[in-house]
Design a protein around this ligand. Structure first.
Ligand SMILES: Cc1cc2nc3c(=O)[nH]c(=O)nc-3n(C[C@H](O)[C@H](O)[C@H](O)COP(=O)(O)OP(=O)(O)OC[C@H]3O[C@@H](n4cnc5c(N)ncnc54)[C@H](O)[C@@H]3O)c2cc1C
Length: 338
C-alpha cells in the first residue's frame, strides 16, 4: 500500500513508522524546516555560541504501557531521559526535545519544507499538491496528521463527518518566549508553574543532556495568549520577561544575549473524543493530538491507532481484493480508548 502522510509531528511519525514496519511504502511531507512539529527545538547562533531551546512541548509523560515501552527503547538509544523535576513520569528528548522525532524522520525520509496545499482524489487514489505547484502521487491512502484547524482544509472536501470533528476541536494558542543571559539569574527553581501570565517557565539549560547555558523558555497561559494573539512578538517578549524579572526578585533583568517570541496559534487542542479517524472507502485517515488531547503521548497513541485501523486496507490491496469494506457509521470514527 502506498501511503502519503501530511505532517511529521509525533502522530504522523508514529503512524508512518507502524505502516512502514508492515511493508507499506510511506511518503511524508512536512512544511517545517526540520523535525519536531510542536516538539521542535530552535537552535540559534549567538556571539556567545550556539544555543538551543525546546520551544514547544517542555516534557512528556509516558503512562500507556505501549508508549512507555517505546520511550524505554528511546532511552536505550540515548534519545530521551527522565526529568523528574517536571514530574515523576516526565521525560524529555536528549540532547533536545526533538531527538526521537529527528531519528524517526531520518529513517522515514521525511521531506521537510514541503508545504502541502491540496489533497486531491485522482482515479480512486490520492495526489498531493504542494505550495510550489509540484504534484505527488498516486497514493492508495492518505493520512492527515496536522492540527485540527489545518486538517479541516484537507478533510472538508472529502469526508464531512471527519471535517465536523475537526471543526468542533478548538485549540488554544500559546505565546512562547526564548531568552538567554550571559550569567545565571537569581531564580531559585529551574521550573516554575502558574506565575502571573506565565503558565510555565523553565531553565532550558538545566534539562538532562543540555549544555547548561542560562537559557529560559517562558510560556504564557492560553487565555493570556489568546487575548494578545496579534500583539507584536517584541512586545510579548518584554511582557513575559517582566514576569521572569519578578521571579528573580528584580525590577529589571540584565539585557538578554538572545530574545525571541514564538506564537503557537494551535498549541493545545481540547480533544475530539476519538482516537483516530479512518474512512476505509476513501482510504483517508486523520490522527493527531487534537483527537485525544494535547499531549505528546496521546499524539503517539493516535498515530498508532490509525495505523492499526488502516491495516485491513493494506492487507486487501496486497491480496488484490477490493477495498470497499463499506462505510463505517459515523464516518469511521473510532471511540476514544478508556
Ligand atoms: C507551547 C506548547 C507546549 C506544550 N507542552 C506540552 C507538554 O509539556 N507536554 C506534552 O505532552 N505536550 C505538550 N504540548 C503538546 C504537544 O506538543 C503535542 O500534543 C504534540 O506534539 C502534537 O503532535 P502532532 O503530531 O499531533 O502535531 P504537530 O506536532 O503539530 O505535527 C503536525 C505537523 O504537521 C506539519 N504541517 C501542518 N500543516 C502542514 C501542511 N499543510 N503541509 C505539510 N506539513 C504540515 C507541521 O509542520 C507539523 O510538523 C505542547 C504544545 C505546545 C505548542
Amino acid at each position: 500500500m502506498r501511503v502519503v502522510v501530511i505532517g511529521a509531528g509525533m502522530a504522523g511519525l508514529a503512524c508512518a513508522e507502524a505502516l512502514a514496519d508492515r511493508g507499506c511504502a510511506v511518503t511524508m511531507f512536512d512544511k517545517g524546516r526540520g523535525p519536531g512539529g510542536r516538539m521542535s527545538t530552535r537552535r540559534v547562533e549567538t556571539p556567545a555560541g550556539r544555543l538551543s531551546f525546546d520551544h514547544g512541548a517542555q516534557y512528556f509523560t509516558a503512562r500507556d504501557p505501549a508508549f512507555l515501552a517505546q520511550v524505554r527503547r528511546w532511552q536505550g538509544e540515548g534519545l530521551v531521559a527522565p526529568w523528574t523535576l517536571a514530574g515523576e513520569d516526565a521525560w524529555v528528548g536528549t540532547p533536545a526535545m526533538n531527538a526521537p522525532l529527528a531519528q524517526l524522520a531520518a529513517r522515514l525520509g521525511v521531506r521537510f519544507a514541503h508545504h502541502v496545499m491540496g489533497l486531491v482524489r485522482v482515479g480512486g487514489g490520492w495526489q498531493v499538491r504542494l505550495a510550489d505547484g509540484a504534484c505527488h502521487g498516486p497514493f492508495d491512502a492518505a493520512v492527515v496528521a496536522v492540527p485540527a484547524e489545518q486538517a479541516l482544509a484537507f478533510l472538508g472536501a472529502h469526508d464531512l463527518a471527519m471535517a465536523g470533528r475537526a471543526i468542533a476541536a478548538r485549540s488554544q494558542p500559546c505565546w512562547t518566549v526564548l531568552a538567554a543571559f550571559a550569567a545565571p539569574l537569581p531564580v531559585a527553581s529551574d521550573v516554575v508553574r502558574d506565575h502571573g501570565a506565565l503558565a510555565w517557565a523553565a531553565r532550558n539549560g538545566a534539562k538532562p543532556g543540555r549544555e547548561g547555558a542560562e537559557t529560559w523558555v517562558l510560556q504564557a497561559g492560553g487565555s493570556w495568549s489568546a487575548a494578545r494573539i496579534e500583539v507584536e512578538p517584541e512586545q510579548v517578549a518584554r511582557l513575559l520577561l517582566a514576569e521572569l524579572a519578578a521571579l528573580a526578585g528584580s525590577s529589571q533583568l540584565p539585557e538578554p544575549t538572545y530574545l525571541a517570541a514564538h506564537r503557537w496559534r494551535y498549541a493545545m487542542s481540547a480533544g475530539a473524543a476519538a482516537t483516530a479517524l479512518w474512512n476505509p472507502v476513501l482510504g483517508l485517515g486523520a490522527c493527531g493530538d487534537w483527537l485525544l488531547g494535547p499531549r505528546v503521548e496521546l499524539a503517539w497513541l493516535s498515530g498508532r491507532a490509525l495505523a492499526r485501523r488502516m491495516q485491513t486496507r493494506g492487507d486487501n490491496l496486497a491480496r488484490g481484493q477490493p477495498v470497499m469494506e463499506g462505510m463505517v457509521p459515523g464516518g469511521g470514527i473510532e471511540p476514544p480508548t478508556p
